[in-house]
Design a protein around this ligand. Structure first.
Ligand SMILES: Cc1cc2nc3c(=O)[nH]c(=O)nc-3n(C[C@H](O)[C@H](O)[C@H](O)COP(=O)(O)O)c2cc1C
Length: 335
C-alpha cells in the first residue's frame, strides 16, 4: 500500500500530497482555493527572494501572508548569500511558517545568474554554507527542493541530498528533471529512487504528477514518502482530492465543467480583492488560465481569448461568455 501521510520532524503532512511552490501562481488566493477544495496536506508560497525579504521590501513581505487555518504552511526562499538567507529564514519563521524551504531547483537565468536556484547544485560547498547558516537561524524544520542534477552528465541529487541532510535538512523534494531538461526531457524516476535509498529524511517526488495513475506510479517507482504537484494542480485544482481518493481505493470526485469555470471566475474575484494593481491581477490570472482551461469544451478558444485579453473586464467577459455558451456541461474527465 502506498503511504498516505508523512512527518517532516514534528509537522504532520496528511495527506502526503503537497502543492508545489510556483512563482506568480501560489499566492494566497491560489492556496486558499486549493485548501478550500481539500486533499492537499501542505502548501508553499512561491519563491521569495531572500535579499528583498532581508531588506524588508514590501512586495516580498506580502508574499509571506498566510491564513490562520492554512496549516501546515511553508515559505520558500532563494538566494546565494548565507547571511542573507539566514535572515530571510528567520523572518519566514517569525511570520508563522511551519517549514522553510531553500530553492535549489529553479532553472531560470535570472535566478541562476546570481548563483541561486539550480546553480547551487553545481556549488555544493556554497549550498552547505547556506544551509548551515539557515539551520542556525531557525528552530522550525528546514527543507530543500532540487532537481535531479544540472544535466544528464551530472545527476548529483543523491550526493547533494546526503550533504543537505548532514547540514540539518529534514525533508527533500526532488524533481526528476535536470536543469538542462528545463520543462522537457524524458521522464526517468531512478535518481529520485536513489535519493530515497540514500537519506533517512522524507523524500517528496515531483514532476508531471497530474492524476491518480501518475501519482501511484511515481510513488511505486521512487518509494517516496509523498508527492509535490505543480502544474497538475493549476490544470485541475481537484487533483489532490482525486489522488487522495485513489490512495484510499475510493472513486474520484466528479466535477462538472460548469463548476470548474465558476471556480475560475471566483478566483478572478479573489485575485482582484488581493492585488491592488489590475496589471498584477491580469498577469496572474493569465498564468493560471493557461493551464486551468485545458480539458474544457472549446478550451483553445477560451484560453486564447483570455491570454490575449487586454483588461480585467475583457477577460471576465470571456469567462462569462463561455459559461453562457455552455449551460449544460459534461463532467470534466479525471484520470
Ligand atoms: C509557473 C511556474 C512557477 C514555478 N515557480 C517555482 C518556484 O517559485 N519555486 C520552485 O521551487 N519551483 C518552481 N516551479 C517548479 C515547480 O515547483 C515544479 O517543480 C515543476 O513545475 C515540476 O512539477 P509539475 O510537473 O508538477 O509542475 C515553478 C513551475 C512553474 C510551472
Amino acid at each position: 500500500m502506498p503511504p498516505t501521510s508523512l512527518h517532516i520532524r514534528d509537522v504532520l503532512v496528511t495527506p502526503n500530497l503537497v502543492l508545489a511552490p510556483m512563482e506568480g501562481v501560489t499566492d494566497l488566493p491560489f492556496r486558499r482555493m486549493i485548501r478550500g477544495i481539500g486533499g492537499c496536506g501542505l502548501t508553499w508560497t512561491e519563491f521569495v527572494p531572500a535579499s528583498q525579504l532581508a531588506a524588508e521590501n514590501r512586495r516580498a513581505l506580502a508574499m509571506l501572508a498566510t491564513d490562520p487555518d492554512e496549516r501546515p504552511f511553508g515559505i520558500q526562499v532563494y538566494g546565494r548569500e548565507p547571511a542573507i538567507l539566514a535572515d530571510a529564514a528567520r523572518m519566514a519563521q517569525d511570520h508563522g511558517a511551519d517549514i522553510v524551504d531553500l530553492n535549489m531547483g529553479c532553472p531560470s537565468k535570472k535566478v541562476c545568474a546570481h548563483s541561486g536556484g539550480s546553480s547551487l547544485m553545481r556549488e555544493p560547498l556554497l549550498a552547505a554554507r547556506i544551509l548551515r547558516a539557515m539551520r542556525a537561524a531557525i528552530t522550525i524544520p528546514l527543507t530543500v527542493k532540487m532537481r535531479s542534477g544540472w544535466d544528464a552528465g551530472s545527476r548529483n541529487a543523491p550526493e547533494l541530498s546526503e550533504l543537505c541532510v548532514s547540514e540539518g535538512v529534514e525533508a527533500i523534494t526532488v524533481h526528476w528533471r535536470t536543469r538542462a531538461d528545463l520543462y522537457g526531457g524524458e521522464r526517468r524516476l531512478d535518481t529520485i529512487a536513489e535519493v530515497v535509498d540514500r537519506v533517512r529524511v522524507p523524500v517528496l517526488a515531483n514532476g508531471d504528477v497530474v492524476d491518480a495513475p501518475s501519482a501511484l506510479d511515481t510513488l511505486r517507482q521512487t518509494g517516496a514518502a509523498g508527492l509535490v504537484i505543480g502544474r497538475g494542480a493549476v490544470r485541475d485544482p481537484w487533483v489532490f482530492r482525486t489522488i487522495e481518493a485513489a490512495l484510499h481505493g475510493q472513486p474520484a470526485p466528479v466535477v462538472t465543467q460548469a463548476r470548474r469555470v465558476a471556480l475560475l471566475h471566483e478566483f478572478l474575484d479573489a485575485l482582484r480583492a488581493r492585488f491592488p494593481s489590475d496589471h498584477a491581477v491580469l498577469g496572474r490570472f493569465k498564468k493560471i488560465s493557461k493551464y486551468f482551461t485545458e480539458g474544457l469544451d472549446d478550451d483553445g478558444a477560451l484560453r486564447t481569448s483570455i491570454l490575449r485579453g487586454q483588461s480585467l473586464a475583457e477577460v471576465e467577459a470571456h469567462v462569462l461568455g463561455w459559461r453562457d455558451r455552455n449551460p449544460v456541461c459534461a463532467p470534466h474527465a479525471h484520470g
